[in-house]
Design a protein around this ligand. Structure first.
Ligand code: SAH
Length: 366
């Protein structure tokens, strides 16, 4: 099954006759919503009820908020958009991975993905429109960064997928591994993740959420001290600065030793194990010497390496190594007592890698 259409279950973006766009309800805090309710002669306590409908129930329109008085439902309809995201593409892979392409109020596009495994449902979300990091194998950075996403634009990606799932299926995990550099949009991301963990929303445990970063040392330290229990994954991709700067250009101004020091700090402050992501690129960073260097960098640390075979992005001219080479890389790390797993490919038939759908759409338009 491979569809490319907006799901019918979701109300599409309504543009009123004046041409001005209504605000999304979740762009208002609970307090702001209370103020609005008072201003239109409604009871302020309804704010909590409205937000609970939006944050945790699988509905797609104000009219479905059945315990609200009908006039209030109409007022909401006239004054707000139900969601800040309009689905413009929806694909379902043979392994039931689902990917959505979402249009924002300013016509920009982002993506989110739902991955199904027997015991978990993981949603992967974006934090920026595009990305400024410029990693050479990644489709997200090819067009640069346009802007940060707002907290509600981040939360609503999860809600969008939640609403599409059958009632007996729950989201169990969130990975912030979609388009953008999450720690470059730190405050909006924290607001969004805190909301996802709140009991009014999905009530997710913080330990079920993973933030993946290119490695911004100051932000990693701030994250560690924020008192939250989220997991940290760092995208390393090379075991020495010369090679890392070729693959991850922002490394020129950072350097691996600063990142490792910040990761050590994160572990010391939170007690949590850091994951290290390493995209395997055939002939570039997948040789025995790279595995040995990586092992000596991480040996003795509470760390876990996640090897990610490169997911094809046609114009980039790079590919994943073959199976024996990947296995050899794994064996070297294991011999050196470094914990390692190879990430399973999900949604292989639907361009599910970071930024691919958005890139394909912008190609079609040009
Ligand atoms: N900017 C953050 C989060 C977004 S990228 C970061 O750098 O971690 C999330 C993960 O997807 C990163 O580890 C990234 O390296 C990986 N990724 C991006 N493009 C990929 C591709 N074509 N194949 C395999 N992994 C990819």
């Amino acid at each position: 099954m491979n569809t490319d259409r907006p799901p019918e279950t979701l109300q599409t973006l309504r543009i009123p006759a004046s041409g001005t766009l209504l605000p999304a309800v979740l762009a208002l805090s609970e307090l702001q919503l209370q103020e609005w309710l008072r201003s239109v002669g409604q009871q302020a306590w309804r704010a909590k009820q409205i937000r609970q409908w939006l944050l945790s129930r699988r509905i797609s329109a104000f009219t479905q908020m059945t315990d609200l008085p009908l006039p209030l439902r109409s007022l909401l309809e006239e004054n707000f958009r139900f969601t800040s995201l309009e689905p413009v593409g929806h694909q379902i892979a043979t392994d039931r991975t689902e990917k959505m392409l979402l249009r924002l109020h300013d016509e920009e596009l982002v993506e989110c993905v739902l991955m199904r495994e027997p015991d978990r449902r993981t949603v992967c979300i974006s934090t920026q429109v595009g990305c400024a990091m410029g990693c050479v194998f990644c489709a997200s950075g090819l067009l640069g960064v346009k802007r940060n996403l707002t907290p509600e634009e981040i939360v609503e990606q999860v809600l969008m997928l939640h609403r599409l799932m059958p009632d007996d299926e729950q989201i169990t995990n969130v990975v912030v591994m979609g388009i953008g550099e999450p720690l470059a949009n730190y405050s909006a991301l924290m607001a969004a993740l805190d909301l996802l963990c709140s009991s009014d929303c999905l009530g997710l445990g913080a330990r079920r959420i993973t933030v993946s970063t290119v490695g911004l040392p100051e932000k990693i330290r701030e994250f560690a001290r924020s008192g939250r229990q989220f997991n940290l994954a760092i995208s390393l991709h090379a075991p020495n600065d010369e090679l890392r700067t070729e693959i991850v250009p922002v490394n020129r101004n950072i350097g691996i030793s600063q990142i490792v020091a910040a990761a050590d700090d994160f572990h010391e402050v939170t007690g949590r194990r850091v994951s290290w992501e390493y995209v395997l690129l055939a002939g570039i960073n997948d040789q025995d010497q790279h595995a040995r260097q990586l092992a000596s960098l991480l040996r003795g640390r509470i760390a876990h390496v996640n090897l990610i075979p490169m997911n094809g992005v046609s114009e980039l001219g790079m590919a994943a190594p073959d199976e024996p080479r990947t296995q050899r890389f794994v064996n070297i790390l294991q011999q050196e007592k470094v914990a390692v797993t190879v990430r399973k490919r999900k949604g292989a038939d639907i361009d599910a890698a970071c930024g691919q759908l958005r890139l394909n759409r912008s190609r079609q338009n040009n």
